[in-house]
Structures are given as C-alpha cells and as structure tokens.
Design a protein around this ligand. Sequence first.
Ligand code: NDP
Length: 369
Amino acid sequence: MHNGHMDENNSQYQPHPQRYESMQYRRLGNSGLQVSAIALGMWHNFGHDKPFADQRAIVLGAFDRGITHFDLANNYGPPSGSAETAFGMLLDSDLHAYRDELVIATKAGWRGWDGPYGFGGSRKYLMASLDRSLQRLGVDYVDIFYHHRPDPDTPLEETMGALRDIVASGKALYAGVSSYSPELLRQAAEIMDDEGCPLVCHQPSYSMLNRWVEEPTDTDGTESLLEAAADTGVGIIAFSPLAQGLLTDRYLHGVPEDSRAAAGKSLASSMLSESNLEMVRRLNDIAQERGQTLAQMALSWVLRRQGEFGEQTVASAVIGASSLAQLDQNIGALEQVEFSAQELAAIDDIARDAGINIWAAATRSKLSE
Ligand code: NDP
C-alpha cells in the first residue's frame, strides 16, 4: 500500500506521492534541521551478506514511508564500507533526483582501515575517512558527519577542529558526536559554539533495557546525557532502540535461524539470558494491553515526550530492519507515542539494565578532558 511505483522493467522508481503525510519530523536540537522521527540505520543488512534487491526494497520502502534520515558509517558492511557503496548505488539508480529530500549521515571513529590513521579522532583520520565515504556514496557532501566514539588519545580540540573545518569545506552540512559522556559532550559543544559551528546532535544507544542516557553519569554524578544535550541545544538521535531485536517478538520462542542473534554478530547469546527474556515477556504483555507490538511500544517509548518542556525528547530513533515488513510494523509506533503515568510506571517496574550496552567502554574511555 505504501510502496512507490516501478515501471514494467522494475527500473524507474517513483516515490509514493503521499510519503510525507504520516511520518513525523522533529527539529534536531537548536538547529533548523528536521529529521524523520524514525531513521533507517545501515549497520547490519546492507553488506555483501544480503542480496542487493532486498536492500533496495528496504531503502526505497523507507523513503516511500516518509523516512528521510539514513544513518551510515565508514565501517558498516561487511566488508567495511560496503553499506555506503550500496547506498551510493541506490542514489545513482533510484534516488538521485531526491538528494535534497534526504538526510544522509555518516561517521568515523571506530576502525576504518589498518594502521594508526584508520582509528580514533585525529584530524588525519576524520578528513581522509570522509573523503572515502563521499567517494563510496557518490555525493559531494553528507548532511551529518559524526565523530563515532570518544578517542582518549586525541585532544578534543583537534577532533572538534576537524569537524569544524569539514563543515566549513561544505563536505558535511552539520556535525555530531556519538557515545560521548555528558561531560565530554558539554566540552565538545562549548568548543564548537566558540568556533561558530554548533554540534547539532549526539547519537547514544538508548532503549527500555539500556537507559544510561537518563542516569547522572558525569563525574560529579549530577547530570545525565539527556540533560546535558538539552542544556547545550544538541539533539538526541537514539540508536539500537529495539536493543538489536531483543525488544521485539523475535526471541520470545527461541532463536530464529535468520535472526541477528543466530548470526553470532553483535547480539551475543549472553544477552538472551533468562532474566532478560523474562523482562521482554512482561514488556510484551504491556505492549499488548496498549494495542501495540513490543517493537512498536519500544519505539514509542524512546520517542516519548520527556522533560518539563519536552527539550529532553529524542528527535529520532535509528532502527535496523532486515525486512520491509519489520519496517512497516515499526513505523506504526508513531500512531501512539503517548503513555499514561501508569504505563510508564509499569515499564519502570519491569525494565532493568540488561547489560547490553556494548558501547559503554568507548564512552568510559574518555569521560572528560
Ligand atoms: P535496533 O535496535 O532497531 O535493532 C534492529 C534489529 O531488530 C533488526 O535488524 C531486526 O533483527 C530486529 N527487528 C527490527 N524490527 C523488528 C520487528 N518489527 N520485529 C522483529 N524484529 C525486528 O537497531 P540496530 O542495533 O540495528 O541499530 C540501528 C542503527 O543504529 C544502526 O544501523 C546504525 O545506523 C545505528 N548504530 C549506531 C551506533 C553508533 O555507535 N553510533 C552503534 C550501533 C548502531 P533481525 O536481523 O534479527 O531481523
């Protein structure tokens, strides 16, 4: 129903004309940039391990459903870089006329290539990595360029200076950071404000089973990441809002062969412990009472209105999807993002930290400078 149109050769793509009618768009921090409340992430499912036709169906299906925000990184694949190459091919074959309707984000910080210049936050790495990303994507600029993780071995001023110069060069329109602690975010935001190139977003992991962004985690134990971001005007883009699939019906009755957990990648079997699955089952009951699937409730919850004036509210949830059916179901979350106080309390009562934040060590590696 939501799909756009292909001609008889399945080649000439026409996006769905009503694609902007049901999606929500939220302003990113203090910037003027609006992002779709649901973004499609390409960490998994866009490498050489998935047929290109399936990748094409998911990306074009997302655009047909009003998703304008696509999240990439230099190392997504496998192999590293192939997700950007795949997205570049889709830009070339189907989406070239719609470049101005897309927010394309990419990142560098985790291992991009061998040697000392393929990891971290040096000016040398970030500049070279973005050039490689632009080449794979076949574009002159990306919309958002992120420093992907804190680097304890590079001065923050150097990393921020590189982001500033990248924006000034026109190779990225906006700059962001990912997995920074509250204090490091404050310091980064201050440097970028002084440079006249404000950071527009922070991308942390966040889900009902991984709530570190709500907790006071700066060294004084007073400020949470959500508060630091709201106070500095930096928008929050939450990644892995479905806890890599744990917060869906995927693992309610065992481990399906085609699931991420079965693939032995980033979702370790230890994350499917009996205590975690018990939380998932109880949360699933609450979702059913709300008339949602668990995946939908998990997304509605991440996108719920937070803070007295809503300024701590997440702008966008970056999801993964291995099929168009999953994407369709997940977008349905936007029909019901409100929660009653009783529902929130019931969720708080069940949902505990599930030990799934595999990015915590990167955050801890540099808490402040
Ligand atoms: P999610 O938590 O959304 O998990 C996605 C996975 O959940 C899917 O691949 C699928 O797994 C399963 N799933 C999704 N919808 C459904 C559904 N309706 N029913 C059943 N199962 C479902 O996010 P990801 O962990 O994939 O991360 C999303 C994006 O966030 C990444 O692609 C990337 O862009 C970004 N990210 C950023 C990071 C950073 O450091 N900045 C780190 C990690 C992610 P299955 O394959 O089993 O079907």
